[in-house]
Design a binder for this molecule. Structure first.
Ligand code: UGA
Length: 457
């Protein structure tokens, strides 16, 4: 059991704090936002993440997890301090490191004895050295070690990702720090989770390089989808055929509306900026984001092609969050669609199981509806932007009845094109042949629907 202070009760801090407490460590999570700390103390979890509330409750009740705004006390009473603060993007694409730097200064200011300072925030390579220099400047005599321990949590499955990770990456400059942080993850170590024990710079690079490659896979399959459309191929069959090669793998090969969220766009731009700062020519890394921006734009163009001029049209959007199972709309492709439509004079009616409140704050003109059918009422087109499970089981004939036309743009390829046409939709998706009712389709009698869908893991 280790005494841990987690600085920051945002997404990463809260999930990591609760999970580290569940491993048996004594965790105090601190935040400078007193209202947030009060909320957490009263048992409320201000984040939408399946399983998090129960986990926080359980560990709070057992006394292993507490919340405080007394940063000095939290630092002084811990052996290990995890920095879990935000690292947003600056307009230049560079990473805003001010929260990490402030956290390092605070640690230097309050520490009284040996501390292990673990950076969990996603940061450019070289941050470990910066953190060390900042603490050293505040406290030239201090005894401390800096460690990099990046997180690989996905929103919506963060608890499971923390408890059953593919790997744990720890980058340290000393044996005592490495041993202490390995000990924090003892339950995983005992479960044979692979541990990558390396230097600080390498650990920092592992995080950026992993996110950039995952994002690159998405941009790659999105470009392949466009080529498929030009030649009548089906990107879901192509992705499946590619993904069965173990060197490629089936995951992150879903063509769609482009990637969003608080990580991929920011981290890919951050890596490109890091390469530029190091005077490294990295055209492939630069292209990942450019390709994603185009993919999002392509969805707007597809809709334009389907319905014509947007002005005075009513468009129904299904899904607003950047992916299912979250209320997060940061960099969500759906929000870019909303902005383009509203700007061009369309009326936008939307339904999302969790993200309507946030979306409405950003776009007060957006009409939020209580279910997909109300959103589709009198719509000139229905556009599926986020693949929430409840859309997979929708009453599609009812949806068709509600809408003013039969046009359907599926930006996530969740329906079978043959079935959609059979139901009477004019169906457009991503990287697959567009179909209208009445068009001859000589493959539908022998091509097994779904047979070519990529493996979802
Ligand atoms: C991502 C990484 O997957 C995590 O490993 C990482 O820890 C996290 O960023 C982070 O750096 O904190 P997350 O942003 O929660 O996690 O979401 P993903 O599930 O990876 O999805 C990101 C975006 O890619 C979504 O917009 C999703 O719709 C899109 N996507 C994903 C596709 O368009 N196609 C795919 O095949 C997969």
């Amino acid at each position: 059991m280790r005494r841990i202070c987690v600085m920051g009760t945002g997404y990463v801090g809260l999930v990591s704090g609760a999970c580290l407490a569940d491993f048996g460590n004594a965790v105090v999570a601190v935040d400078i936002d007193e209202t947030r700390v009060e909320l957490l103390r009263s048992g409320e979890v201000p984040i939408y993440e399946p399983g998090l509330e129960e986990l926080v409750d359980r560990n709070r009740e057992s006394g292993r997890l507490s919340f405080s705004s007394d940063v000095a006390f939290a630092i002084q009473s811990s052996e290990i301090v995890f920095i879990c603060v935000g690292t947003p993007s600056l307009p230049s694409g560079e990473v805003d490191m001010s929260f990490v730097h402030n956290a390092a200064r605070t640690i230097g200011q309050y520490m009284e004895d040996f501390k292990i300072v673990v950076n969990k925030s996603t940061v450019p390579v070289g941050t470990g050295d910066e953190v060390e220099q900042i603490i050293r400047k505040v406290r030239p005599d201090a005894d401390f070690d800096v460690v990099s321990n990046p997180e690989f949590l996905r929103e919506g499955s963060a608890i499971d990702d923390f408890m059953h990770p593919d790997r744990v990456v720890i980058g340290a400059g000393s044996q005592r720090a490495m041993e202490a942080v390995v000990d924090v993850y003892r339950p995983l170590y005992q479960n044979d989770t692979p541990m990558v024990l390396t230097g600080i710079q390498s650990a920092e690079m592992i995080k950026y390089a992993s996110n950039a490659l995952l994002a690159a896979k998405i941009s790659f399959i999105n470009e392949i989808a466009s080529v498929c459309e030009a030649y009548g191929a089906d990107v879901t069959a192509v992705a499946r055929g590619m993904g069965l090669d173990e060197r490629i793998g089936p995951r992150n090969l879903f063509a769609g509306a482009g990637y969003g969220g608080s990580c991929f766009p920011k981290d890919v731009q951050g890596l490109a900026a890091t390469a530029r700062r190091g005077e490294v020519d990295a055209p492939l890394i630069e292209a990942i984001d450019t390709s994603n921006v185009r993919q999002r734009r392509r969805m707007v163009d597809k809709l334009h092609h389907l319905v014509g001029d947007f002005s005075n049209k009513t468009i129904c959007l299904l899904g607003l969050s950047f992916k299912p199972d979250t209320d997060d709309i940061r960099e969500a492709p759906a929000l870019e669609m909303v902005a383009s439509l509203i700007e061009a004079g369309a009326t936008v009616k939307a339904y999302d199981p969790a993200a309507m409140e946030h979306s409405k704050q950003e776009h007060p003109d957006l009409i939020c509806c209580e279910d997909p059918y109300t959103a589709a009422q009198d719509a000139d087109a229905v556009v599926l932007m986020t693949e929430w499970n409840e859309f997979r089981n929708m009453d599609l004939p009812r949806l068709l009845d509600c809408a003013a036309t039969n046009r359907f743009l599926d930006c996530r390829n969740i329906y079978d094109p043959h079935e959609m046409v059979r139901l009477g939709f004019e169906y457009v998706s991503v990287g697959r042949v567009s179909r209208s009712p009445g068009e001859s389709d000589d493959t539908s009698s022998w091509m097994i629907p779904g047979r070519f869908s990529p493996i979802r893991t």
